[in-house]
Design a protein around this ligand. Structure first.
Ligand code: AMP
Length: 415
């Protein structure tokens, strides 16, 4: 489909898509008093099994305002989440018990961890808990019915509570029992503060971003990002393409990319986009290259043309300078995807520089939205503080689908 047609359809869907959802603070605290509130959180955090510790608790901390609000209101808070992909089996390493302990530390309150929450009369036990109690259920995906959106599993979950809150933006693109199926049975299905914040930043970006509006796309694949990118091309003033995503663009422009990754099936789309928007699109002009893809490989700097047998694994110094001169602020900046294989030290410089440039632009008044697990990891590597970015989105896939114009079932179902 031609890009302008896609864009038109998207614009038409935008009205329905961005309807404001009810947020927990739309009700007075007295509304929650003594009520059992199921909160679907996204506590899918990286865990170090050997040390039994959580490597990154950002997703837990982001849900705290909602949890605190409900505790303060005197609700009985029941938290449900998934962790990893246990595929319907009990996998010890993917238990949420460690997470419930961390949460207990963070809120300075006991968190009751419930392993067996189906068919053991849990709902009536919850009734006996004092107001303000917090309960964490075991990994919902230990039950295969969760991802199948099984009706009876959904109703077992909804039987546990009287109010449903979605605080898991990152899984809202999945119509699972806990994100969609169970929500249908509730009269009150409300968004938490984090989901509300995610929606308001994304809506702003889609409807009326401040200008100059800068989009920075990186990572390994364009394919996952085309709908989002397609929709932002019109409103963006500049689009920086780095990382593996840049090499499909460079190849389409007839540049020799050696063995760098690119997506053959995306070449036509990229040519079409480039012919329409070439004034806006900024591509790398030099690269850090190597013959092999490994942590210790020897690397060189190449000009825009990459020699045969070499692959580009990071943007080069001139490109860093070029990108730095564009990522200045103020305005609106959306960044998704690293500029190189930042997991390897020798290919992390481009991503680190962009992260710092985005933070600096935010200091200068830009609104910055950073999405995707890899990009957030890169922000940490660059030692950029959370407070130096306006919004770090916890939902990579969900964010891109939403920006691409898809309706997210977990959001659509809310009041
Ligand atoms: P994505 O999930 O599409 O955002 O891709 C993230 C991954 O892209 C990271 O793990 C990076 O290592 C990888 N990546 C970034 N630049 C390159 C590159 N030039 N070649 C290969 N992989 C890359």
């Amino acid at each position: 489909m031609a890009i302008h047609q896609e864009s038109l359809i998207w614009q038409l869907r935008l009205g329905a898509h961005l309807n404001k959802k009810k947020v927990i603070s739309d009700f007075p605290k007295s509304f929650y008093k003594g009520k059992k509130v199921f909160v679907r959180v996204d506590f899918n955090v990286p865990i170090d099994i050997e040390t039994e510790s959580i490597r990154e608790d950002y997703r837990i901390r982001r849900a705290l305002p909602t949890i605190d609000f409900l505790i303060d209101a005197g609700a009985k808070v029941i938290l449900g989440s998934h962790l990893g992909r246990p595929n319907g089996k009990v996998v010890k390493e993917l238990s949420l018990e460690i997470v419930s302990r961390r949460l207990s530390d963070l809120i300075d309150k006991e968190v009751m961890f419930v392993k067996d929450f189906i068919g053991n009369n849990l709902a009536s036990k919850l009734d006996d808990l004092p107001n303000g109690s917090v309960v964490m259920l075991e990994n919902l995906r230990f039950h295969k019915e969760e991802t199948l959106n099984d009706e009876s599993f959904s109703s077992s979950l909804s039987d546990l509570a009287e109010i449903y809150v979605n605080e898991a933006f990152g899984t809202s693109h999945r119509a699972h029992s806990s994100t969609y199926g169970m929500a249908k049975s509730f009269v009150d299905k409300i968004s938490g503060f984090l989901v509300d914040k995610e929606l308001s930043f994304v809506s702003k970006m889609m409807e009326k971003p401040e200008h100059p509006f800068l989009v920075i796309i990186g990572g390994s694949k364009i394919k996952d990002k085309i709908s989002a990118l397609g929709n932002l091309l019109e409103s963006a003033d500049k689009i920086i393409v780095g990382g593996g995503a840049a090499y499909t663009f460079l190849k389409a422009n007839g540049i020799n990319i050696g063995n760098s990754i690119y997506e053959e099936e995306m070449l036509d789309w990229v040519r079409d986009v480039y012919s329409r928007y070439k004034e806006k699109i900024i591509l790398p002009i030099d690269h850090v290259i190597s013959r092999s893809f490994d942590r210790k490989s020897q690397c060189l700097i190449s000009d825009i043309e990459i020699p045969d047998d070499y692959m580009a694994l990071d943007i080069g110094p001139k490109t860093i300078e070029l990108f730095n001169s564009i990522v200045k602020g103020p305005g609106y900046i959306f960044w998704n995807g690293p500029m190189g294989v930042f997991e390897f030290e020798q290919y992390s410089s481009g991503t680190i520089h962009v992260a710092r440039a985005v933070a600096l632009a935010t200091w200068r008044g830009a609104t910055s939205v950073v999405g995707g697990g890899e990009t957030i990891a890169a922000i940490r590597k660059a030692e950029v503080l959370e407070s130096e970015i306006s919004h770090m989105s916890t939902g990579g896939g969900a964010l891109l689908e939403y920006l691409g114009g898809s309706n997210l079932p977990g959001i659509e179902i809310l009041d």
